[in-house]
Design a protein around this ligand. Structure first.
Ligand SMILES: [Zn+2]
Length: 309
């Protein structure tokens, strides 16, 4: 593993093995805990490797953002994602099951669990791709998503640096296909496990080259470009686990020369503390309504501004 080319798929595979063992060992009602348990050893490994083998050692320095990042990673993100996962099933899954009984409507529950995971992953990633892309191209949604991009360094705890509204939208991207397609608990748990480990793995500040894996997974090598402070570089690589929809829709960016790569939002005044980040989009939105021009510090999506329908 000279260039650590297998690092990315190894972590994914190891996490899936741990998750599969937990699926066998734990009763159904504890499946909800599996993503959190299975990724925990990997998070410790990421923290260790970021110190030992950093992609950019400056990104390891606390920029006054660490406390807020940790609050979001271990509190806000899981809560918002779970809300998304719970609300949609209540609104969509049970009506779908009701219709299925009366109209002989087929879900994917009966097919092999492997194919359930493949179908769920492709559809969830498709929805995530477009919601994420929309969050970059729509000025209102960008105000919420900008909190994530405001980080001027890319490291493991960026995985949780999302505004609660943005995180909720992310939760919907995965919950809607689950609700509409129906599937077994094992498939849903595996899907959420893949999403969870990828969230950390795409942000890690660890030096490795993913090579051909950059055409299947949204690796950290690709995702760093998504955090670039250059708009045209950042409006790429929208996938979460997979990068295939970026390849399909022409937004895949793989540039091995990272000498000019800087993270963040140019001219941004996005705060570092937790509460100020929560309030930031709301205050910026007021500025938009008052001035009808870009709010200070968040003028990035002007070039591709589209109104909410
Ligand atoms: Zn983004």
């Amino acid at each position: 593993m000279k260039n650590w080319t297998l690092f990315y798929p190894f972590i994914i595979a190891a996490t899936l093995v741990v998750g599969s063992m937990l699926l066998i060992l734990l009763p159904d009602y504890l499946f909800v805990l599996i993503p959190g348990i299975a990724i925990f050893p990997a998070i410790l490994l990421f923290i260790y490797l970021e110190k030992k083998r950093p992609f950019n050692s400056i990104w390891n320095q606390d920029a006054g953002d660490k406390k807020a990042d940790l609050i979001r990673t271990f509190l806000t993100l899981p809560t918002a994602l779970k809300l998304g996962e719970w609300i949609v099933p209540v609104l969509v899954y049970y009506p779908v099951m009701f219709l299925r009984d009366y109209l002989s409507f087929e879900t994917i529950t009966e097919i092999h669990v492997f194919w359930q995971i493949v179908i769920l992953l492709l559809t969830s990633e498709f929805l995530f791709y477009w919601l994420h892309r929309w969050s970059h191209e729509n000025k209102t949604l960008w105000l919420f998503h900008a909190v994530h991009h405001g980080a001027e360094r890319v490291y493991w705890a960026n995985a949780g640096r999302f505004h609660v509204i943005d995180a909720f939208i992310t939760g919907l991207a995965y919950a809607v296909p689950i609700a509409l397609l129906g599937s077994r608990a094992e498939a849903i748990t595996t899907l959420l496990l893949l999403s969870a480990i990828s969230g950390f793995l795409e942000h890690v500040n660890i030096q490795f080259y993913a090579g051909k894996w950059n055409y299947l997974f949204n690796t950290a090598e690709l995702h760093r470009w998504h955090h670039s402070n250059e708009v045209e570089e950042s409006n790429t690589n929208y996938g979460k686990v997979l990068i295939v929809w970026d390849l399909v829709f022409g937004t895949h960016l793989y540039n091995k020369d990272t000498s000019g790569l800087n993270a963040g939002v140019k001219g941004s005044k996005i705060p570092h503390t937790f509460l100020k980040q929560v309030l930031y989009p709301l205050e910026a939105l007021k500025s938009v309504q008052v001035a009808e021009t870009s709010p200070s510090g968040c003028d990035r999506p002007d070039q591709s501004y589209t109104s909410l329908p």
